[in-house]
Design a protein around this ligand. Sequence first.
Ligand code: DX5
Ligand code: ZN
Length: 207
Amino acid sequence: MKISTSFLSSPNIPKDLVKLNETDTDYIHVDIMDGIFVKKKTMPFKEMRNIYKYTSKRLDVHLMVKNPKKYIKDYASLNTEYITFHIETDDVLKNLELIKKYGIKCGLAIKPNTEVKELVPYLPLLDLILVMSVEPGEGGQKFIDDTENKINELKVLLKEYNSKALINVDGGINKDTKDKCKNADILVVGSYVILADDFQKKIDEVR
Ligand code: DX5
Ligand code: ZN
């Protein structure tokens, strides 16, 4: 299982990014919030871009924003592997194309109440699908058990529509809930790792 570590709940981002760089986490999950699509707001790009100073890991960018277009160019300019935005936004096709234009892999995220079948028209275009296992907006929430069914349903659809796309699961992942995500390819882990002393030990437990 690949691991993408989120630093959203970090009390000291530079320090924790340096520490994470010494682990074998596959990606750094960068949560971006605009105060509109979700209540909270993350720091502006001119500050967020500085994460390159502390990590050499590839970035897995998760845009929890109403207007992804405003963010894509900026985040495409970093050491970015994936840019993922939400299906619950406007201009989905245009924004997927924009991400591809920058040579970055594209992902589409679904909130807990959005049905997997809504993804079908987009599946052939996607490199990644991010299944939210909590309501987007903050770290440290409890994993929603129904996510297991959604992952399994998506896995079946991908066999038909796009066998190369990866399934990423985000929210409330720990050593117990990871067993509900066996059909995923990547797990986003936030507070379980970042609020612990030994990052590598926690990563090993969910991998
Ligand atoms: C939630 C964010 C997640 C979050 C995960 O809105 O998208 O990436 O940081 O953190 P944990 O693992 O603490 O739920
Ligand atoms: Zn996220």
